[in-house]
Design a protein around this ligand. Structure first.
Ligand code: FAD
Length: 381
């Protein structure tokens, strides 16, 4: 099928099947239909349930999907971070068990890295996993966990050795979020919604077969997840196309004859286009086997800055009164600042770009060789 034909069939399918209202059950039904129609996991390997198609089809579908308000955000962590980590770093049994239900929306995923004492410096985390016969027992607390209230599975980074430096004693697991020792408590943010959660783990058993990567090699698995996180956030994986601060939406409601307004809309166009082209290039390079590395952090930084810029622009152009009258706009504007934190803050992204893209001298590090148990971090401070 040529690309025009592909776009046309995708648009037809979305017109016929995108539901008006969401709800978890409705979102799951939509996702199963999307998968069965061939539009979920477009470039993922065929042997694990993906469509095995190319970048061109994925981009064509993304362009069409932007016109629709798909109920896919609750799948974004699985599609953008956990699934790609399992494809890259899981074993065949794990891929066979988890990838297809993830792509079909039958199982929802969350990512459990941040803790009350470990956000930017996530390698300082304290949630412990201790060997117990054939498996592991996990105790600790995570926080800011997106979509955990719906999740069946979580990718959890734990500490398995306190006698070695902090990056060297971490191990990654898949945890069953329905285990009786897992308590999920929603946290309300300034949008008024409970998007993320705090999670308590009390004697949660994880079989060793659900370990992802080697024992104490969790940091390298986490780096894989964080790279996918930054790339998927900047590419808008699982995001709804319904954005009242987008250029298309703003053009409908502002006076485009006013030269000052036009000037600002052009800046929005340039920034959006530059990010879109940068993402396309990173995507093409990834398919060609070139690792985007720290440039994924640059893409995430650009997206965070663009999101805040367009939210501010929307308020300036349509006036603050519109925030009281339009719930969608109020949500988009109050959600925007979170983009500069989730997936790593703008300051951390700039630090990574400085160190690893521009090769500037690194920040002095005093904790790289000290055993974790001697560090003054978290509750050890
Ligand atoms: C919308 C949203 C969704 C999220 N979803 C998830 C999720 O699903 N799973 C998950 O594990 N986490 C999630 N998070 C948490 C997110 O990863 C952390 O909030 C983030 O890493 C920052 O950590 P922190 O909040 O502890 O802030 P801190 O690390 O305490 O940072 C506080 C301030 O200090 C600055 N700072 C810290 N260190 C440095 C440094 N070395 N150089 C310069 N400045 C520095 C930061 O930029 C920030 O301004 C989410 C957060 C948000 C907002």
């Amino acid at each position: 099928m040529n690309l025009d034909e592909y776009r046309r069939t995708a648009r037809q399918w979305l017109e016929a099947n995108t539901p008006a209202a969401e709800g978890v059950d409705g979102a799951k039904r939509f996702m199963a239909g999307l998968y069965d129609a061939g539009y979920s996991g477009i470039t993922w390997p065929k042997e694990w349930g993906g469509q095995g198609l190319g970048q061109a089809e994925e981009r064509a579908f993304a362009e069409v999907a932007r016109e629709f308000s798909m109920p896919t955000p609750i799948f974004s962590i699985g599609l953008g971070m956990c699934g790609p980590t399992l494809v890259d770093r899981g074993d065949d049994e794990q891929r066979a068990r988890w990838i297809r239900p993830l792509l079909r929306g039958e199982e929802i995923w969350c990512q459990l890295f941040s803790e009350p004492g470990a956000g930017s410096d996530v390698a300082s985390l304290q949630t412990r996993a201790v060997r117990d016969g054939e498996g592991w027992i996990v105790n600790g607390q995570k926080v800011w966990t997106t979509n955990a209230q719906y999740a069946d599975w979580g990718l959890i980074l734990t500490r398995t050795d306190i006698d070695v430096p902090k990056h060297k004693g971490l191990t990654m697991f898949v945890v069953n979020m329905r285990h009786p020792g897992v308590t999920v408590r929603p946290l309300r943010d300034m949008t008024g919604r409970a998007h993320f959660n705090e999670i308590f783990f009390d004697d949660v058993h994880i079989p060793d077969s659900d370990r992802v990567g080697e024992v104490n090699d969790g940091w390298s698995v986490a780096v894989t997840t964080l790279l996918h996180e930054r790339l998927s956030i900047s590419a808008g994986v699982g995001m709804s196309g319904d954005n009242p601060t987008s250029l298309e939406a703003l053009r409908e409601v502002v006076d485009t004859d006013d030269p000052l307004v036009r000037d600002q809309l052009v800046e929005l166009y340039i920034r959006s286009k530059a990010l879109q082209l940068f993402n396309q290039r990173l995507g093409q390079e990834t398919r060609a086997g070139i690792f985007p590395g720290a440039r994924g952090s640059a893409a995430k930084l650009l997206l965070a800055e663009l999101t805040v810029f367009q939210a501010d622009l929307a308020v300036n152009l349509v006036g603050p009164q519109a925030l009281l009258e339009d719930d969608r706009l109020a949500f988009a504007v109050s959600w925007a600042p979170g983009m500069a934190l989730g997936g790593g803050t703008n300051e951390i992204m700039r630090g990574i770009v400085g160190d690893r893209v521009l090769n500037l001298p690194p920040e002095p590090r005093v904790d790289k060789t000290v055993p974790f148990k001697d560090l003054k971090v978290g509750t050890q401070a």
